[in-house]
Design a protein around this ligand. Structure first.
Ligand code: NOJ
Length: 744
């Protein structure tokens, strides 16, 4: 074992009581970084800029030797807590300068306790609950000695063909900002160095969700106005919430790959937003700039990426391999290397890694604690969206004589967890079948999966399912998409139910028993025929560890559905991209959102399809309850507002049904004319309100003129005078409407 020289111990250790200003304070940290930088070799510096995955090493010994040599600033996917502790001990005590490693891991929607996929979480419209879930994910992750996770994903997703829509917070920038910031706060807690916090990473910066054709990694073209109004706000909100790191996206944006994009990284992120954390590339994204045709070779890729502001290179090793020769030849300024090393060391100080004792492997009780499971169930419950409930079939009575539980997703532990689950274990998952059996007793539940998985196209298993349906009072049919059909590199050109699921629904429905479809999926699917064959449809996404009890409690009335869609559901894939906050066109299709000049004949050719209704199957914001809500009495505190001012918008929301329930009340606006065309509606606020049967609440929103601002052609944020419509609404297609004017 090599002993670290005394000098480095003096530089790196900190006695906060004696020297508070020299240690944890920003200035103290910068001084400690100066001292380190002064002693680092170029190879040690480039090591800090490099991140790898444990799997690269041919042996544990190689990994240990590399860590001892300062080869990596961060390593992800290290096998277990004991191995992490050993590597950290080597980094701190056997490397020349004792610089700790950062251990990273993809904890996208939970560590051992798996929460619903992010798209599902977003349907809760409940930032506080989402924050709590992220905090539990952080607690379980940190207990394992992991410091950094690559979440939240803040890409606005308007295209359900894109498999990563599952990881998104939907199509709206205001909602994604609120939920993304909540995730950051949940993961990072009050302080990055706390024992139950991990650093978050705002990804994928930027524009990744606009991949052409919904094909993952594909080209994006986003004009600056749209970029700033729709694709960047969720990232800006994460930055404001204190996110420690950003990850660049795989895609090229308007011809420049995100990992070589100085406009995004230096101009917007560092200069305009003042970000002083770490920017990491996505996996191999630096080297992939060669494939993009933006870099001639790996040396060129290293130069372009570091110049653009990517501090840490994930997976590919262009910085480490190619920069030394360029620096020696005077072709690259080492100052840029120092700047990025500084960002990374600052991050390590903020994480407290220089001063933190190496944690012992956690006790089993650190995982799946009762409060974690409670929050997981609550979030799965609030995420589920009731799309149809003909004749109030739901909720079912618990004294029902017999139910048939059918379908490939009724008892599939792996699929229920969804995409991007590295540490969740199938054995921990409570499935709907198990929960329904527990609720009704096994004798009243007949089970027949009918299909082996969602892609199974054989009808060989239909007979027992049809038999079970015949003998039951109600059929609970669990269909959708298995876990492996959404997530990274899982784009689909068809959004239809895979395999023989459509036929299964049709055959079961022919039997005449009432059918409830429970759809588990990572994206909006097109399933109008199946929905019409059923009496009720509950869209449950991939709901995670506690999805089964959540679904059972909703089906049998222990809980009332309150989720609302955060992406528009198309009728057919041919309508994609389809999103609620679109522009009007000069010849808008006639419908709720059309705003039409009286001088234009209403019968004119319009922006519609000749073979299908132009609108979505289910609009953004939509979701039913077991009760009904009435909206009335919209009031504005004034008919006009000055550019710097604010007004209050209120409306009455009444629970006109028989169930106490939550309603997600939404505030939308529309500017009727401006220097650039404006969307037909834009979400400006939302509140989750609990109402008892018969109760009316006045729901109030403060609407500041500033949040009506948009980016003009020069990229400036402007508030323009003009007429606005405003809605307080149950979804993006309805609501009570008023008007006001913004004046100079
Ligand atoms: C690639 C993915 O795009 C990104 O989201 C993930 O965090 C990294 N790989 C690391 O696994």
């Amino acid at each position: 074992m090599r002993i670290r020289p005394i000098a480095s111990i003096i530089v790196l250790s900190c006695i906060p009581v004696a020297m508070p200003s020299l240690c944890g304070s920003p200035a103290g940290i910068e001084r400690r970084i100066d001292a380190l930088l002064a002693r680092m070799t170029l190879q040690e510096k480039l090591g800090q800029l490099s991140q790898s995955t444990a799997g690269y090493a041919r042996s544990d010994a190689q990994l240990r030797n590399d860590v001892r040599a300062g080869r990596w600033g961060s390593v992800m996917n290290v096998r277990d807590a004991q191995q992490r502790a050993e590597l950290q001990r080597i980094a701190l005590h056997e490397s020349r300068l004792g610089i700790p490693l950062i251990f990273a891991r993809d904890v996208i929607h939970g560590y051992r306790t798996v929460f619903p996929i992010p798209l599902g979480q977003s349907a809760s419209w409940d930032p506080e609950l989402v924050r709590k879930a992220s905090h539990i994910a952080a607690r379980e992750t940190a207990a394992e000695g992991i410091h950094w996770t690559f979440a939240p994903m803040l890409d606005i997703a308007r295209d359900p063909r894109w498999g990563r829509i599952a990881e998104s917070l939907g199509e709206d920038p205001v909602l994604a900002s609120a939920l993304g910031a909540a995730m950051v706060r949940g993961l990072q807690g009050d302080s990055l160095d706390a024992s139950d916090a991990v650093a978050a990473c705002a990804k994928h910066y930027a524009g990744y969700g606009a991949a052409e054709g919904g094909r993952d990694y594909n080209t994006t073209w986003i004009p600056e106005t749209l970029l700033r109004d729709v694709y960047l706000p969720s990232f800006a909100a994460a930055e404001k919430a204190g996110v420690a790191t950003f990850m660049t996206a795989f895609n090229d944006l308007n011809g420049v790959p995100a990992s070589g994009n100085a406009f995004l990284l230096r101009q917007v992120l560092r200069k305009e937003w003042g970000f002083d954390g770490v920017v990491v590339s996505d996996w191999n994204a630096v080297e992939e700039m060669v494939n993009h045709g933006y870099a001639a070779d790996s040396a060129d890729a290293a130069v372009k990426s570091l110049r653009a502001g990517v501090d840490m290179e994930m997976a590919s090793t262009d910085y480490y391999d190619d920069l030394p020769a360029l620096i020696a030849a005077g072709k690259f300024d080492v100052k840029l290397v120092d700047e990025s090393v500084r960002n990374i060391l600052r991050f390590k100080f903020r994480l407290g890694l220089f001063d933190k004792p190496i944690p012992a492997p956690p006790p089993a009780s650190a995982m799946l604690a009762p409060d974690a499971l409670d929050i997981a169930q609550q979030l799965a419950t609030e995420s589920a969206v009731l799309l149809r409930n003909e004749g109030n079939l739901l909720p079912l009575s618990k004294s029902i004589a017999k139910v048939a539980v059918i379908g490939p997703l009724s008892d599939s532990r792996v699929d229920q967890m969804g995409c991007w689950v590295s540490d969740g274990r199938p054995g921990d998952v409570h499935t709907p079948l198990a929960a329904i059996r527990e609720m009704l007793g096994p004798d009243r539940v007949a089970y027949a999966p009918a299909l082996k998985n969602s892609r199974d196209s054989s009808q060989a298993g239909f007979a027992p399912a049809l038999e079970a349906a015949r003998n039951a009072d109600v059929v609970l049919l669990f269909i959708g998409e298995e876990q492996s059909l959404s997530g990274e590199a899982r784009s689909r050109a068809s959004l239809d139910l895979p395999g023989a699921q459509g036929q299964l629904v049709e055959e079961i429905a022919k039997g005449g028993k009432p059918v409830v479809l429970i759809v588990l999926a990572g994206r909006p699917l097109t399933f109008s025929k199946a929905a019409a064959d059923a009496r009720a449809v509950l869209y449950a996404w991939h709901p995670g560890t506690m999805g089964g009890p959540a679904i059972a409690s909703l089906l049998f009335g222990n809980a009332v559905p309150s989720g609302k869609l955060t992406v528009s559901f198309p009728r057919t894939v041919g309508q994609v991209p389809i999103y609620y906050n679109h522009m009007n066109t000069g010849r808008p299709a006639r419908g709720a959102s059309a705003h039409i000049s009286e001088k234009v004949a209403p019968e004119g050719d319009t922006s519609r399809y000749i073979d299908i209704d132009y609108g979505p199957e289910y609009p953004f914001g939509y979701g039913l309850s077991y009760t009904t809500f009435q909206y009335s009495n919209l009031k504005l505190s004034s008919a006009s507002v000055a550019k710097g001012g604010a007004l209050t918008v209120s409306a009455h929301v009444t629970n006109s049904g028989r169930w106490p329930a939550d309603e997600v009340v939404q505030l939308y606006t529309r500017q009727l004319s401006a220097s650039l065309t404006r969307p037909v509606r834009e979400l400006k606020g939302f509140q989750r309100v609990m109402l008892k049967p018969g109760e009316t609440k006045t729901v109030q929103f403060k609407l500041s003129a500033a949040i009506l601002a948009f980016h003009n052609e020069r990229g400036e944020l402007v508030s323009e005078p003009g007429m606005f419509q405003v809605w307080v609404a149950p979804d993006s297609a309805r609501g009570v409407r008023g008007e006001f004017r913004v004046v100079d």
